[in-house]
Design a protein around this ligand. Structure first.
Ligand code: UDP
Length: 235
């Protein structure tokens, strides 16, 4: 067995093929509410890996710099080793989740412009929202880094909205992580139904982790549906 370098909530990290790479393996563990709710969903790792790999390949084809080097097997990818920027970027096209709760806006409310939010990547603190001057004051990222992350995130949003629209899916919101490697800022982590809100365009049916968060049932059926539709609409 290979030595696990790090174990996260939904992924295992192993040594890569050299010092500039690491191997990420997706786990079947589903967590929500900062790890308070936790369950094994057999097959989730494979589904998220495949969905995220399709999305990362599509973004790379469209000029987005990502950490992905190559797919190794059904649940593992080889990626460039990057220093993760401890700031998560959240993009919202439609009101939902914590935004709806915090600002008293019903889920599904259309927004007059795309929202870009930052949150501190810190589970112990519950990933609190953080603003630009707080981020630069703490030295988590520079103003230039944040500008680059924001413009990449908005570009990724445009590309993903187009991709999901073709698949009959509304991209409500999602979270991105970036890292630094070789003087560049790369898109890291994953883009999957664990990190996005995805609603069926016609019925409004939720096809993402909200099914797990709120015990809506058929969690992986939603993920399978997303994968099926993406496969029919890429390449
Ligand atoms: N999200 C995520 N990881 C986090 C926080 C949020 O992947 O640690 C995703 C979440 O799945 C949703 C979007 O980011 O698609 C916005 O999440 P929100 O702030 O509404 O928080 P939540 O309601 O998930 O607590």
């Amino acid at each position: 067995m290979q030595e696990v370098l790090y174990e996260g909530k939904s992924k295992l990290i192993f040594r890569g093929e050299d010092d500039a790479s690491i191997l990420i393996r997706y786990k079947d563990t589903a967590t929500a509410f900062n790890g308070e709710k936790k369950e094994e969903l057999a097959g989730k790792g494979r589904l998220n890996a495949e969905i995220s790999n399709i999305i990362f390949a599509y973004l790379a084809e469209n000029g987005v710099k990502t950490h992905l080097i190559r797919v190794v097997d059904e649940t593992s990818v080889l990626v460039r080793k990057a220093e993760i920027i401890m700031v998560e970027v959240i993009i919202r096209n439609v009101a939902a989740g914590s935004f709806s709760k915090k600002y008293g806006v019903p889920e599904g409310t259309e927004l007059k412009n795309t929202i870009v939010e930052f949150s501190l990547k810190n589970d112990a603190l519950g990933d609190p929202m953080i603003n630009e001057s707080q981020i630069t004051a703490l030295g988590l990222a520079t103003k230039d880094d944040l500008e680059e992350m924001t413009s990449q995130a908005l570009r990724i949003n445009r590309l993903l909205c187009e991709l999901f629209e073709k698949a009959g899916i509304r991209l409500v919101d999602f979270k991105l992580e970036f890292g630094r490697a070789g003087g560049e800022i790369l898109l890291c982590d994953e883009i999957s139904p664990d990190s996005c809100r995805l609603w069926d365009m016609d019925t409004g049916k939720k096809l993402d982790k909200d099914r797990f968060r709120h015990d809506l049932g058929d969690v992986l059926e939603g993920y399978r549906d997303v994968l099926r539709r993406l496969k029919n609409n890429v390449g």
